[in-house]
Design a protein around this ligand. Structure first.
Ligand SMILES: Nc1nc2c(ncn2[C@@H]2O[C@H](COP(=O)(O)OP(=O)(O)OP(=O)(O)O)[C@@H](O)[C@H]2O)c(=O)[nH]1
Ligand SMILES: [Mg+2]
Length: 346
């Protein structure tokens, strides 16, 4: 699985064109004089947040962005042409970082936002510019200024498409670790996850972002446990994945607890599309699986999927169910065939 949220690019702005040394010389015309024009400006390297992109996949194919150099000035006071700018088109939510991968240069949060990453060099003055009353025939002109060269990172901030819900220990982090590049902490005690984690998961050639948030408990909306502030992280998700520990004594009760907290949280969270999954079925024998599934389906009033984040059973089906709830324009294109593996870090 490849991830398309980070790209290293090399940029260079255009150098300015050189100034020109030239004198007017025409037959039968008495007074000549310097007429060397100025060089043109080099092009800038600009980054722009545009619509219709949701990955940095283009930067996998093009990593070098060089703006055009300015043209030199010429005689008859002609200024050289300016070099063309070059524009890096990135999705909204892209951060531009220095070569160190940490220092923020720009945060492209708004559609249409443009930032100049490297200014083109100024053109040099031609000799006409240096004409003074005491020096009527200067023989000097300036060279154009060099362009700026730098290496930058583009990092796309991920917005989760699917959010994980469940009681502590339901196996949320295990699921994320099994399906994505994320490496959340996993342990058999509640509240292992203290901060939300994001991971990119892929199924059938499409990628989307899953958010693993700390477990909710009864009364979370009143601040119990870690509270329900974390639900803010899943508010913008297209779909919620509700995991219920299949080894629990009362799956129906576990289910209700989370739904109650969702409703208490308010907003549209409780109305969001939801996939409900009986998890950890690797620990249940056939009879128990069926029993637990029936209990849960009765509580849900609809179908329930079965899965084991540890053994991988049923995981692909769950991913497909999530994918079906995420609209096509939110899905990222998979890059199964693009380049080699790369870990998710600057
Ligand atoms: N048998 C079995 N155990 C599982 C499965 N998934 C998770 N576990 C175990 O359940 C425990 C809790 O797993 P986590 O993934 O940390 O659960 P969580 O929902 O992220 O928990 P919090 O972060 O505390 O809310 C760990 O001991 C896991 O090894 C599963 O599919 N089958
Ligand atoms: Mg966890």
């Amino acid at each position: 699985m490849k991830f398309l949220d980070l790209a290293k690019v090399y940029i260079r702005s255009g150098s300015g064109g050189n100034g020109c040394v030239s004198f007017r010389r025409e037959k039968y015309i008495e007074f000549g004089g310097p007429d060397g024009g100025n060089g043109g400006r080099g092009g800038d390297v600009i980054v722009e947040a545009v619509e219709g992109l949701n990955t940095l996949i283009d930067f996998r194919y093009q990593q070098h962005f060089f703006a055009q150099n300015g043209k030199g000035g010429t005689g008859r006071l002609k200024t050289g042409a300016d070099g063309d700018d070059i524009v890096l088109r990135v999705p909204v939510g892209t951060e531009i970082l220095e070569e160190d991968g940490e220092t923020l240069i720009a945060d492209m949060t708004e559609l249409g936002q443009r930032v100049v990453l490297a200014r083109g060099g100024n053109g040099g003055f031609g000799n006409a510019h240096f004409k003074t009353s005491t020096n009527q025939a200067p023989r000097r002109a300036n060279p154009g200024l060099e362009g700026v060269e730098r290496t930058i990172w583009l990092r796309l901030k991920l917005i989760a498409d699917a959010g994980l819900l469940g009681l502590p220990n339901a196996g949320k982090s295990t699921f994320l670790a099994a399906t994505s590049n994320a490496r959340p902490k996993i342990a058999d005690y509640p509240f292992t996850t203290l901060h939300p984690n994001l991971g990119v998961v892929g199924v059938d050639g499409a990628e989307f972002v899953v958010a693993d948030i700390p477990g909710l408990i009864e009364g979370a909306s009143e601040g119990r446990g870690l509270g329900d502030l974390f639900l803010g992280h899943v508010e913008r998700c297209a779909v919620l994945l509700h995991l219920i520990d299949g080894t629990s004594n009362d799956v129906a009760e576990d289910y209700r607890t989370i739904i109650d907290e969702l409703e208490a949280y308010g907003g549209a969270l409780a109305d969001k599309p939801r996939v409900t999954v009986l998890n950890k079925v690797d620990s249940l024998d056939e009879d128990l699986r069926e029993m637990q599934k029936e209990f849960l389906e009765e509580a849900v009033g609809g179908p329930v999927m079965m899965m084991s984040g540890s053994s991988g059973e049923g995981v692909t089906e769950v991913l497909r169910a999530l994918r079906a709830e995420i609209s096509e324009d939110r899905l990222r294109q998979g890059a199964e065939d693009a380049g080699e593996d790369r870990p998710w870090q600057p």
